[in-house]
Every structure is written in C-alpha cells, then in structure tokens.
Design a protein around this ligand. Structure first.
Ligand code: F6R
Length: 622
C-alpha cells in the first residue's frame, strides 16, 4: 500500500531516501515524509536552541514526493534516516497524517505500512497516560507505545520489541531514535519489508524497487521478525532467537521490480486479491458473534436501524459489485435494495425519504456521476453512505458515513482488487445489518467463518492461471462473447463482459442465463463463445439447461463451476474450477478466472493492458 525506505551508511541519507520515494511513487500516494538523524555540527545556523549534538528532523508534505523534496532543502543533513509515501487508510491525506510519526518528546520517528486493528484501544490507554497525539492515524500509537515502554526499559530495542507485542494487525515498521543515532530498527508482520545490503551501507524498503539502483542483494524479513541495522551489519531476531538470514540476489530490472515482478499492474492486482480481501475484513469481522464491526457507520447506527430501503448508486464495475450486494442484503438482511447506474439515477425523479439509505460505491471516490447522485440524494433527505477505496476522496468526505475498502491503490485502469474488496465490504454490511434484523447467530457465524477462508481459496484459483491463459489465447478471435450467470453470478457475467470489452476490445454481452432465449441466443453460432458462470448453487440445474441450449446451436462453451463437478467436462468445451463456498460468496471467487481470462486475452491480442484506449482510471467528468 504505502512505501517505506530507510538508509544507514556514510552517504547523505536525504538524497537517497528521496530518490527511493520517487521509485515507489507508482504505488500511488497522497503525501510523503522523511526523518533524518544527524549530528549537530551541520545545524548551528539552521536550528535555534539546539540542546544536544544530535538531532532528529522530520519533514512532511501533502501530495507528490516533489513537494517534499522542495520542502526538505538543506537542513536534512545526516546519514541515517527513514522516509515514507502514504496512501491513506486511517485519517485523510494531510500533512499531519503523513509519516514519519513521532512520540511526544520528538525522540522517536517511525514509518509504518499496514493496519493496526487495535489502535483505538491503544490510543485511549495512551491518552489516559498523558500522551498527546498529533494525527488521526493508527501509526502514531506505535511511537507513543514505544515511548511509554521506554519509561520502564530505558533501552530502545527492548521498548521497541515490547511495543510490538501489543500491536494487533499488520505492519512493516522502520524507526529511528535520537538515543540510538547509529541504528535503524525495523519489524515485519504481514506487510513486506526487506534489507538492501550494500558496502558499508544498508537500505530498508517495503519494495525492492526502492533499492535496486544501489544494490541487488537483499534480505527479506519474514512475519514476526525484527532487525537492528548499523553501518556494519544487521541482526535479525524472531522473539529472542537470532535468525540466520540468506542474502538473495534480485534479478529483476528496475521496471519489473516496480510491478513486483509482474509484467502488468493488472496481473499484480489480480494476484494481490487474497491480501486486499483480507485487509478489507481486517479488524471488522467478529466470527464468534457472527457479525461485523464497522467503525465508519457508528455515528449513523441509530438512523440505520430505521432504514426501510437501500438504493445503491455507482458506475461500471462498482455497480456490478452493488448488484451482488443487492442479492446479499435482500436474502440475509431482508432489506429491499435497488441498484441504479449513477448517471441515470441523477436525472430521474427520485422517490427518496429519510427512511432510505443511498449507498455510493466507488473505488476512486471521485466519479462525477456517483458524486452527483449522492449529492441529490442528500438534498432529498436520504441518509448517504459510501463504500470507497480512496481515503479522503470527495465521496468519502461528503457522505454521512461509510466504510473504506483498504484495498490499496489500484493502478491498472481495469478494476480487479477494488471489486473483490467492495464485495467484502458488502458482505460485512450484510452481516452488520442482517444480525440487527433477525439473521440467526448460526447463519452469521457461518458467513463470517467462510469469509475468512476466502483468501486461501482464491489462491487455489491462481493455480489454474496457465490453463486460463491457454484458453484465452485459443478463444481470443471469436466474433461474439456471451457471459451468462444466474442469481449471485449474474452480476459476475456483467463484470466478466466489461473486463474483456475494456482491455481486449471485443464485443461481449453480459446476461442473466434465463434471459438468453429472449434475444441474445440469436447471436449464437460457431463463432460465438459462451462463458457460463455456474457454480453448484441453488440455480445450477437451470444453468445446465441454458448451457445445453447454446451447445445445441453450435456455440462453444467455457464453464466456470465448483471443484469436483467434473461431470460438466462432458457438456462444456472447457471447464475452470473454483473452490466450494457459500452461494452468496461465490461471486468473490468466480470473478477471478474471468479477470485472468480478460487479462490473458488482452496480452494475446497485443494491447496495452494497464492503459486501455479511451478510458481513464478516475472519471471525474460527466
Ligand atoms: C471497470 C472500471 C470502471 C469503474 C467505474 C467506476 O474495470 O474500472 O467501470 O468501475 O468507472 O469507478 P469508481 O469505482 O472509481 O467510481
């Protein structure tokens, strides 16, 4: 999500860190910051009332790394430091929320990637103990927690280690301390972190692309490991045990490294989904209570109880997520839900009242039509809610309440990981509203536990990536593509079709399987490919009839079904499998083969996957 760079050596850290941040900019960012530890001699003329010889200087800036670079200037002299580009998760993008964060005394500075799930509890305790917070971030608690432990330990490494024990969630952390001017402290739990090994110098980075210009020798930290790095070496520990780490040689070019070794961002983002999906659930799912805790809705909890209807407004892929949400919310929360394309909704005469919640779903949080629809809804007295990926975006700011996806920046124009994270939030919302409206504890627990399994189940689909690639190549030149699904998988038919349209530029239709005979079946001939999304669910038999109708008319069928249903291989021309899960959650898995199919088709046809023609990532005009 965010980017971390650190340096300890004999060169000026400032230049190297800024350069490293520039190399991480492709990940998306909204602000950046840097802290340098340096000796007092350089500062005499620059900083008044300098008490100690060493000094820790932190500079942050909103927006591009370039803004930070301008602000930093001369005063950042020193050869130990840390830096960060932020992509907001807790607290809007602003200078005060940018990293590095410091403790009350300004003796510690640290940068963090990941999400601290229990930061609210920790912050409450720390405030009671007298700590003063300067930001709205989850990260700042770590600095104060270390400061608190320093009161007892008087040894930075021990206090750092102790603080880590209290954190729940994910982190990649790099820290510096005034009391330890020749050391860098790092730790990893669920968020990537590596040490770049140079000659008498070491780097720290969340991503190898930040260090490749200086070294190709890296040590990857594992979850639960922490390290103390000096100019002469590093010691990696897990608990009390010193770990012997292997130094790996990175063979990627700098360009490849930017995309984590993947040839395109879209493929990277498809493969990011187990992680981004887990991040969307993190700290929100209460499996034993069979419900979800959605902090962003706390303020409107009372109003939500009186809601009688939900209208979902969104565009493109986000509106297909909304359609899946409609099926989930109606079946499990018993609330009538309408899904409206925002560009239509905004110009219709809308029947809205204070008992209606209008829910905007948007990856960018800036889509003009969705924003306008929400503004209209607000004017008419409806409760407005958002499911938004980009923290601090206009939709996030203007809605009455909402939930962030936490999917991280999505660079490729074709949406993939944002879509599955939207489905994660809609499933959480279903649990949250459903349990308040009669969903049984057992049902809630079953859904919650199944949600937790999904990241692992997604990985099982990736194993078939090679098969899907071959199929995409084989079928890349058909005249017509018909995507067909029923019930929960009808929106996935729409999503599968939009993906190939936008990146492979072919004519594709998404339809409910049952609607086929009312028109689109006329398109079927030997040049048509029908993609059936038909897991073993409550409408499976009906989907089989639809498939037979296509086969009877000479069409080719590629079916996506549940693992074990090998009988389908006799009926379809090709079959791709998804693991078994609850019917309401099947779209979260069935969309993945279709994302891969579209990706491989685009590559096979030689198109620019990440930047398709005529499209923009954020559609801020009508
Ligand atoms: C398709 C795609 C678009 C967006 C749509 C809405 O892959 O990316 O259809 O889903 O433009 O964008 P957001 O979600 O940013 O409002």
């Amino acid at each position: 999500m965010c980017g971390i760079v650190g340096y300890i050596g004999r060169r000026e850290a400032n230049d190297l860190l800024i350069e490293g941040l520039h190399r991480l900019e492709y990940r998306g960012y909204d602000s950046a910051g840097i802290s340098i530890l340096h000796s007092g001699e350089n500062l005499k003329s620059k900083i008044k009332n300098l008490k100690s010889k060493n000094h820790l200087v932190t500079v942050r800036a909103l927006g591009k790394v370039e803004n930070l670079e301008k602000k930093v200037g001369e005063k950042m002299k020193g050869s130990v430091g840390i830096a960060h580009t932020r992509w907001a998760t807790h607290g809007k993008p602003s200078e005060k929320n940018a990293h590095p964060h410091t403790d009350c005394a300004g003796q510690i500075a640290l940068v963090h990637n990941g999400i601290i799930e229990n930061y609210n509890e920790l912050k409450e305790d720390l405030v009671k103990q007298g700590h003063l917070f300067a930001s709205e971030t989850d990260t700042e608690v770590i600095a104060h927690l270390i400061e608190e432990h320093l009161k007892e330990k008087d040894d930075f490494e021990a206090a750092f280690t102790e603080a880590l024990k209290h954190l729940r969630g994910t982190y990649g952390i790099a820290a510096v301390a005034l009391s330890q001017p020749n050391k860098l402290f790092v730790a990893r739990m669920g968020s990537p972190l590596l040490i770049g090994v140079g000659k008498d110098e070491y780097f720290v980075a969340s991503d190898v692309s930040a260090v490749l210009a200086h070294t190709k020798r890296v040590v990857y930290l594992e979850d639960g490991e922490r390290a103390v790095i000096t100019r002469d070496g590093y010691v990696v520990k897990s608990g009390k045990i010193i770990q012997k780490k292997t130094v790996s040689d990175v063979e990627w070019s700098e360009k490849e490294a930017k995309r984590g070794g993947y040839p395109h961002f879209m493929l990277k983002e498809i493969f990011d989904q187990p992680e981004s999906f887990a991040d969307a659930l993190r700290g929100r799912l209460l499996p034993d209570e069979g419900t979800a805790r959605l902090g962003g809705l706390r303020e409107v909890e009372k109003r939500l109880e009186g809601i009688r209807r939900i209208v979902i407004v969104s565009c493109g892929t986000s509106s297909y997520a909304g359609l899946v949400g409609k099926y989930m919310l109606e079946e499990y929360a018993g609330i009538p839900v309408e899904v409206e394309v925002a560009s239509e909704f905004r110009y219709r005469k809308m029947m809205l009242d204070k008992y209606t919640a209008v829910l905007g779903i948007s990856q960018s949080g800036e889509t003009a039509d969705t924003l306008a629809a929400l503004r209209e809804a607000k004017k008419k007295g409806a409760l407005t809610l958002g499911i938004v990926n980009t923290v601090g975006s206009t939709i996030a700011r203007e809605t009455d309440a909402g939930v962030y996806n936490h999917a991280g920046p999505e660079v490729s124009v074709a949406s993939t990981k944002a879509f599955t994270s939207q489905l994660a939030i809609l499933a959480l919302l279903t649990l949250y509203l459903g349990r308040k409206r009669g969903m049984s504890l057992v049902t809630g627990q079953r859904i919650a536990r199944e949600l937790l399994k999904l990241p692992r189940l997604m990985e099982r689909i990736f194993v078939q990536s090679g098969t899907i690639k071959k199929l995409a190549k084989k079928y890349a030149h058909r005249k017509n593509y018909l995507y067909l699904g029923r019930k929960y998988n009808f929106p996935i038919a729409l999503e599968g079709a939009i993906k190939v349209k936008e990146i492979a530029y072919v004519s594709a239709q998404g339809y409910p399987t049952g609607e086929m005979k009312h028109g689109p079946i006329a398109l079927v001939d030997k040049d048509a490919l029908a993609l059936f999304i038909m897991p073993l669910d409550s409408v499976y038999e009906k989907s089989v009839s639809g498939l037979e109708e296509i086969k009877a008319r000479g069409g080719t069928v590629l079916a996506i079904t549940t693992e074990g249903n090998t009988a389908l291989e006799k009926k379809a021309d090709a079959v791709v499998y998804i693991p078994k899960t609850l019917e309401m959650l099947t779209p979260i898995l069935s969309v993945i083969p279709l994302q891969l199919f579209a990706y491989h088709m685009s590559v096979a046809l030689g198109y620019d996957v990440d930047r398709p023609r005529n499209l923009a990532k954020s559609v801020t005009v009508e």
